[in-house]
Design a binder for this molecule. Structure first.
Ligand code: LLP
Length: 415
């Protein structure tokens, strides 16, 4: 087969139907990943819940899929909450995150029935207390802790980042005050503790250290609380990435937590994790059309019809991706090229250096593993139009987000 297929559809058919740039999600891959998480993340000792960190990719269709598999949801803003409500996501399964939720966002969430909040700081707990009284509603609060562990892809650092903008140190006065407010409150209920130690992690050891920390804090409580370990499971962007097998690694998180609790003679209500990238990342492919091809003294450029506006990650994090000329899979990769976008910014490069076949203008270029933080971090810089999103499965494609039009660009302008 010399042409790339996604969801049993040749990509040239998708391009003919939806144009480029195009975000394509392989629905079966999404489902298989969710199933692997669910399969592994189970315990005989406590409840388990997987919250999808929807900042990675949030659309109504995606949330419907998340609900279909009975996952919960992590939202971080009024906008993500609104989208979840429009998707009719069960409100009791939504956990509201964020270090600076505004009073309006909190009111909007409470008025719409959300009742799980992950509080970042003491002031937030105070405000939640006031709002819970005003609305006369019970609110479950998880405290976001900074456990002093910073996980990187292959290593982790202890006592790192104690000045992070996220969470509180358990030992801090602020945290103890926050806990007291909850204890004295008639409407706030302490649900437990949350921590998130990093992203694109390939090592179990960082999580195990996190579990040790979180479990140790439980000693101070008679109530049976819940723990949330955050997200951060790494994915394969390039062949240099060796992600942990999902089912096995989440199983290990459960069994390690069971052991740690047993040693301490304690139990928990529920263990939670919040994967984002790992659920959607590898299921997404971006299709571009090659436009002009240009040679400079030391480089050869293949220009594509999108770039940093649909995928900011290379420019922002020097993130690396792999790609193919999607209808020339069998051709020799004889050309050393830079794949660059069309935006007015030198840093607008999709892939710094890769080998591809000889391209012609009009060829389709597929960039793999773009499903996380691509669409969700897209922008209209240069008044680029946000691409369409399609889901494909079993030879059928479904439009999930239509491509923006020029009139969309002026929608909010007062003319
Ligand atoms: N939970 C919390 C509290 C988080 O802050 C995050 C991500 C997640 C869960 C999900 O993490 P994941 O499983 O997706 O790694 N824009 C960056 C990633 C920022 C992640 C922020 N927090 C990127 O494109 O790499």
């Amino acid at each position: 087969m010399s042409e790339l297929m996604i969801g049993e559809i040749p990509v040239s058919q998708l391009v003919a139907k939806y144009q480029t740039p195009l975000y394509v999600y392989d629905e079966k891959k999404l489902e298989d990943t969710i199933k692997a998480f669910k399969q592994g993340f189970q315990s005989d000792h406590f409840k388990t819940k997987i919250l999808y960190a929807s900042k990675a990719f949030q659309t109504v269709e995606m949330l419907k899929l998340i609900e279909k598999y009975d996952l919960g949801l992590d939202v971080v803003s009024g906008g993500e909450t609104y989208t979840a409500l429009r998707a009719e996501f069960p409100v009791e399964e939504i956990y509201f995150h964020g270090n600076n939720k505004t009073p309006d966002e909190l009111r909007f969430a409470i008025e719409n029935g959300l009742n799980h909040f992950i509080a970042d700081n003491e002031m937030e707990v105070e405000l939640l207390d006031a709002l819970s009284q005003e609305y006369n509603k019970k609110i479950h609060v998880m405290i976001r802790l900074n456990v002093g562990i910073e996980a990187h892809t292959h290593e982790y650092i202890v006592t790192a980042h104690i000045d992070s903008k996220f969470g509180m140190l358990y030992e801090s006065e602020a945290c103890q005050k926050a806990l007291n407010i909850i204890q004295d409150s008639e409407q706030l209920l302490l649900e437990g503790f949350h921590a998130h130690i990093g992203s694109q992690i390939f090592e179990m050891s960082a999580w195990l250290a996190e579990i040790d920390k979180l479990v140790s804090y439980l000693q101070d409580f008679d109530d049976v609380l819940s723990l949330n370990l955050g997200g951060g499971f790494g994915i394969r962007y390039t062949e240099n990435d060796a992600p942990l097998p999902i089912e096995k690694s989440v199983q290990e998180l459960v069994s390690y937590t069971e052991e740690a609790l047993k040693k301490q003679g304690q139990t928990i209500q529920q263990l939670m994790i919040e994967p984002g990238r790992s659920i959607v990342g590898e299921a997404g492919t971006t299709l571009y059309t090659v436009g002009f091809i240009k040679e400079t003294p030391h480089k050869k450029y293949y220009f594509v019809d999108g770039g940093m506006t649909d995928n900011i990650r290379p420019a922002l994090y020097q993130a690396e991706y792999t790609c193919d000329l999607a209808t020339k899979l069998q051709s020799e990769k004889s050309e050393k090229v830079t794949v660059a976008g069309k935006m007015c910014e030198s840093g607008d490069v999709v892939i710094q250096e890769t080998y591809l076949p000889v391209a012609e203008s009009g060829d389709i270029l597929a960039v793999y593993a773009t499903g996380a933080y691509g669409y969700s971090m897209s922008s209209n810089y240069n008044r680029a139009l946000t691409p369409a999103v399609v889901f494909v499965k079993d030879g059928v494609s479904k439009i999930v987000v239509r491509r923006q039009s020029y009139t969309d660009l002026l929608r909010s302008e007062v003319l």
